[in-house]
Design a protein around this ligand. Structure first.
Ligand SMILES: Nc1ncnc2c1ncn2[C@@H]1O[C@H](COP(=O)(O)OP(=O)(O)OP(=O)(O)O)[C@@H](O)[C@H]1O
Ligand SMILES: [Mg+2]
Length: 332
């Protein structure tokens, strides 16, 4: 699957499901997104997604970076009755605070020319408001009939949190500069690296919004807490990359497997995927330890990062002593 867009612009995509269904008949649904794994945790996740997808429940997806939060959001959308409509994803942390309101709720012509000098503040150019209707739809409207995915929701400013709450309660939005509310029809999925209850306790996140959002929660375990998935995923990524690069890297060596199993994976599945892809590129036959490690850390050194602060549960040594640079395989 493709990675979440790093830019603040929404990645707004019509699901390919509609095209597929008309070609193959309504009973066949093939997703390009696959939540892979063989652990009990992944099995449970599949069941939760299946159960909640067909409802209109708002879903909170929590987990460390790279655990698959956006993947889960896309799967919920794909398995929902809204699959034929838009999936609009926004990274709330990446939109400048001064723009969030207009991006989410839209604006009408003249919204930025008032006494508050908003045009200077937002930096819009002349002619930005000359559309036929004199208004620009925000993401709540762009996701009409579909799913709106608010990534990193904990990064929303308190004033915007309040506006989101009101919009959800009233099922309508008020575009910037308008006095006329617009009805909305979206299913909301939100994601957070931080544990939202903790954000509420520390006053960073509104309790009322949290309770409005918390109709269903899916908490994704970090990879180090579902180690059953590591070799399974590594194999899948090896095969995928072989196909992509036209290579025939056959397997992982014993030291490489041991490393995969003991590493802490602070970047979770994303880190594992990148590590395996790089190793397939570097290797000529079998993936050995030196293909997996980008650089050797001194024995006993702390990892550069051990996952999201509030999700960190265990500290595992970065590299066991049997894998120090002097002991690792020296295959050319
Ligand atoms: N169980 C999984 N099976 C297959 N691929 C996965 C799985 N979990 C994550 N991935 C892959 O890992 C990468 C990161 O996933 P995703 O963007 O959904 O993570 P995230 O939790 O949203 O991360 P971040 O908090 O950094 O935005 C993607 O390429 C995704 O396809
Ligand atoms: Mg994400």
């Amino acid at each position: 699957m493709r990675e979440a867009s790093p830019a603040y612009y929404a990645s707004c995509s019509q699901s390919g499901e509609k095209r597929m269904r008309t070609r193959r008949g309504p009973e066949k649904r093939h997703s390009i997104f696959e939540l892979m794994g063989q652990s009990v945790a992944i099995e449970q996740m599949h069941r939760q997604i299946q159960r909640v997808a067909c409802t209109n429940f708002t879903v909170i997806v929590e987990g460390e970076t790279g655990t698959g939060k956006e993947l889960v959001a896309r799967l919920i959308h794909e398995q929902s009755p809204r699959a034929d409509k838009a999936f609009v994803a926004i990274d709330c942390g990446a939109i400048p605070e001064s723009l969030v309101e207009s991006e989410l709720f839209g604006y009408v012509k003249g919204a930025f020319t008032g006494a508050e000098g908003r045009s200077e503040l937002f930096g819009y150019v002349k002619g930005a408001f000359t559309g036929a209707e004199g208004r620009k739809a925000g993401y709540f409207e762009l996701a009409k009939g579909g799913t709106l995915f608010l990534d990193e929701i904990a990064n929303l400013a308190p004033t915007i949190q309040m506006k989101v709450l009101r919009s959800l309660q009233e099922r309508c939005i008020l575009p910037l500069g308008s006095t006329q509310s617009v009805p909305i029809d979206v299913r909301l999925v939100v994601a957070s690296n931080a544990i939202l209850e903790e954000e509420v306790c520390t006053g960073r996140f509104r309790a009322d919004l949290f309770h409005r959002l918390n109709e269903f929660k899916i908490a994704l375990l970090p990879l180090r807490e579902r180690r059953d998935d590591i070799l399974f995923l590594a194999e899948r990524f090896r095969r995928e990359t072989n196909a992509e690069l036209g290579k025939q890297i056959a397997a992982f060596g014993a030291d490489a497997k041991a490393y995969l199993l003991v590493h802490d994976w602070p970047g979770n599945v994303r880190e594992l995927r990148n590590t395996v892809r790089r190793a397939v590129l570097l290797s000529n036959d079998v993936i050995e330890l030196q293909h997996l490690r980008q650089r050797a850390a001194p024995p006993g050194a702390a990892p550069p990062c051990q996952g999201t602060r509030r999700h960190r549960t265990k500290a595992v040594a970065y590299m066991p002593s049997f894998m120090t640079p002097s002991s690792h395989s020296k295959k050319p």
